[in-house]
Unconditional design. Structure first.
Length: 219
């Protein structure tokens, strides 16, 4: 970039910078996001949300806001009663107790996704997923497992209250518990960020600011 003797930008350089910054529009920003996510995908395939972004970019328009849902991380503990395999009948398997909880989580996911209000999220096959991704149970192979730990993520709808969404899941788990042991515990950890609604104009301003910094100081 050409600058004057006292560090001032020349007219030609200023014109070039204005051209670059002016080219950062909502449509361009959406297309760039789509390309970045495709590049980050192990298969190179677009996710449904990215397909939506690409389509919007082709139409040279974006909705009034970029809306995203959140996936708060959770940890659960289902307890049973341990017993040796040789005399297992007095024991209560934590795995057996967890099965009803797992079914309740699946039903809760169906209820949350039964009537998706957000117009873009409604186009997705599953707008707000609820997933249990890890299970750990038992101490060794010859003992009735006295506890089962599970970890997962809760999909929170755009515009929903985070605390209410977590409470609804906790209530679904509590309703699935039986009387053969303590209540299943749910704890929330890691990222607990509420769903966001960001004006597109704000995103464009940030992108332009980043571009301006790169133009001035280099990447």
């Amino acid at each position: 970039m050409a600058v004057g003797q006292h560090g001032r930008m020349s007219a030609a350089a200023q014109e070039a910078q204005d051209e670059v910054l002016g080219a950062i529009t909502p449509a361009v920003l959406a297309a760039d996001v789509a390309r970045m996510v495709r590049a980050d995908s192990p298969t190179g395939a677009e996710r449904p949300a990215v397909q939506e972004l690409a389509a919007i970019a082709e139409e040279h328009a974006l909705p009034a806001r970029i809306d995203v849902h959140d996936l708060p991380a959770l940890r659960g503990l289902a307890r049973g009663v341990g017993a040796h395999a040789a005399v297992r009948l007095p024991g209560v398997s934590a795995i057996d107790r967890y099965l009803s909880v797992h079914a309740a989580l699946a039903e809760h996911e169906r209820e949350v996704n039964a009537a998706v209000a957000h117009p873009l999220m409604a186009r997705l096959e599953l707008a707000y997923p609820l997933l249990v991704g890890r299970l750990s149970a038992g101490r060794w192979s010859s003992q009735v497992p006295d506890e089962l730990k599970f970890e997962g993520r809760l999909g929170v709808a755009v515009g929903a209250d985070l605390a209410q969404a977590r409470a609804a899941l906790e209530q679904a788990v509590a309703a699935a518990d039986d009387d053969r042991g303590p209540a299943t515990e749910i704890r929330w950890h890691s990222g607990q960020v509420a769903p966001a609604q960001t004006p597109v104009d704000d995103l464009v301003r940030v992108a332009r600011a980043i571009a301006l910094t790169i133009l001035r100081f280099g990447s």
